[in-house]
Design a protein around this ligand. Structure first.
Ligand code: PYR
Length: 435
């Protein structure tokens, strides 16, 4: 068994070992340093030490085991030989914890704008930067919301609305309302129970949760926390290594996941400068080198190579080579209905229909990918038009369903999306507090 002293000798970028987890396992992460989505500096801070306190709040317990080749798992270390890592609580962090302590009760938060305001006050800076950032000038992120402002109602009167039932079916599964919980990575950044909170809330309110590939709990933990019969979907980032992708799909199907949403808008992660800036700031060491200070002070987007790695997707998780023939392959390996997540024009929606897929999420990834992409709600209008005209579809359509995400803040936004496709609720939108 390794000793803490031995591990402590590997404390540089030439040889970087870290200890992670209750099991006190040692990992050689030297070759992973440049791959780490949050940059190498944060790992190097724990080189030769116990990194659990930094690792645990963000990563699923099995992530390090899954991502590092077996030969980099160096085995256990004797716990009593490991020096304790003191994590300093800064004044800023103390103030934040006080705000967490005094946050308003959920019932006092009247709408999603207020929810966002409270989140910003109480989340760690890193979490807020990650969740709230969008690509480049964030024009698309703003447009996602603004687009709903251009749509107005034309209400009819003297209809009996004593009883209103807004329950619906999404891909054939009951939902108490026409929304679902979409995939968002790293839930634990926002709360220690992360995605499990969403699993519980989905069960309580009769809506469907989509489990993200990059969740901060393991896939099995999230499924294990569902109630018997609770419907869950799975969002897939297609790994460059198709055997990894196949394993994820097979695992999802074996565990009773009801639909596979393949993300198609992320050939690589968008340039999210809010998150990049924060990583850069965290990495910026106090230095007397005036060129570095000037860059930081100016807050320019002239990010260093190190900081130009946005969280959280390792390069292997996204595959710029993903194309239509892969979708045909996915169809051949699963019986789950396949929905493309991130379709942005009618031509691709038509192609998805022609390929026999179950639907599309008309989405620009919350404006986090390509700035100046149009809003999902605008794309919806053209998709409905062309799918009607060119393929004779009517909406709502059981066989080919359209979903919208981005910018949804109000039930009236949901209503607009539902009304734009047709009258009944086969058209579903997600509410994603990130977007
Ligand atoms: C995002 O950061 O937008 C992901 O989907 C991982």
């Amino acid at each position: 068994m390794l000793s803490g002293k031995e591990v402590a000798q590997h404390d540089s970028k030439e040889s970087c070992w870290i200890i992670v987890h209750g099991e006190w396992h040692v990992y050689d992460v030297t070759e992973f340093l440049d791959e780490h989505p949050g940059g190498s500096k944060i790992i190097l801070k724990y080189a030769g030490k116990d990194a659990t306190a930094e690792y645990d709040p963000i990563h699923p317990p099995d992530a390090i085991k899954t991502n590092l080749p077996k030969e980099k798992h160096l085995g256990p270390v004797q716990p009593d030989t490991v020096e304790k890592v003191e994590v300093e609580t800064t004044d800023e962090e103390k103030a934040r914890l006080e705000r967490v302590e005094n946050k308003p009760a959920l019932a006092e938060i009247l709408n999603l704008h207020d929810f966002e305001y409270v989140a910003r006050q109480i989340m760690p800076e890193k979490a807020w930067a990650y969740f709230s950032s969008a690509a480049e000038d964030e024009i698309t992120m703003r447009e996602n919301h603004a687009a709903f402002h251009r749509i107005w109602f034309r209400p009819r009167i003297l209809r009996d609305v004593t009883n209103v039932d807004y329950s619906t079916k999404i891909l054939g599964h009951n939902s108490s309302m026409p929304i679902y919980i979409s995939a968002a990575a790293l839930g634990k950044l926002g709360h220690p129970d992360g995605e499990l909170n969403l699993t519980r809330a989905a069960a309580k309110h009769g809506i469907i949760q989509m489990i993200p590939t990059l969740a901060s709990f393991s896939f099995d933990e999230i499924v294990d926390n569902a109630q018997p019969g609770q419907v869950q979907f799975f969002q897939l980032y297609v790994n460059k290594n198709r055997e990894v992708a196949r394993r994820l799909v097979e695992q999802a199907e074996a565990r009773g996941i009801k639909a596979l949403f393949i993300t198609v808008d992320s050939a690589q992660l968008g340039r999210r400068e809010k998150a990049l800036q924060l990583i850069q700031d965290m990495n910026q060491e106090h230095t007397s080198d005036p060129s570095k200070v000037t860059k930081a002070q100016l807050g320019t987007s002239n990010v260093t190579q190190e900081a130009s790695k946005p969280m959280p997707a390792p390069s292997t998780v996204l595959d710029p080579g993903l194309c239509w023939k892969d979708i045909v392959w996915f169809k051949s390996i699963t019986k789950m209905p396949i929905i493309l997540k991130g379709v942005q024009c009618w031509e691709d929606a038509l192609e998805a229909y022609d390929q026999g897929l179950a639907g599309c999420v008309l989405s620009n990834h919350g404006g986090r990918q390509l700035d100046f992409s149009r809003s999902g709600i605008e794309v919806l209008a053209e998709c409905v038009k062309y799918l009607k005209e060119k393929r004779g579809l009517t909406f709502p359509n059981e066989k080919f369903q359209l979903f919208v995400d981005g910018g949804v803040r109000r039930a009236t936004d949901v209503l607009k999306a539902v009304a734009l496709g047709a009258t009944a609720g086969k058209l579903c939108v997600k509410i994603n507090i990130n977007t």
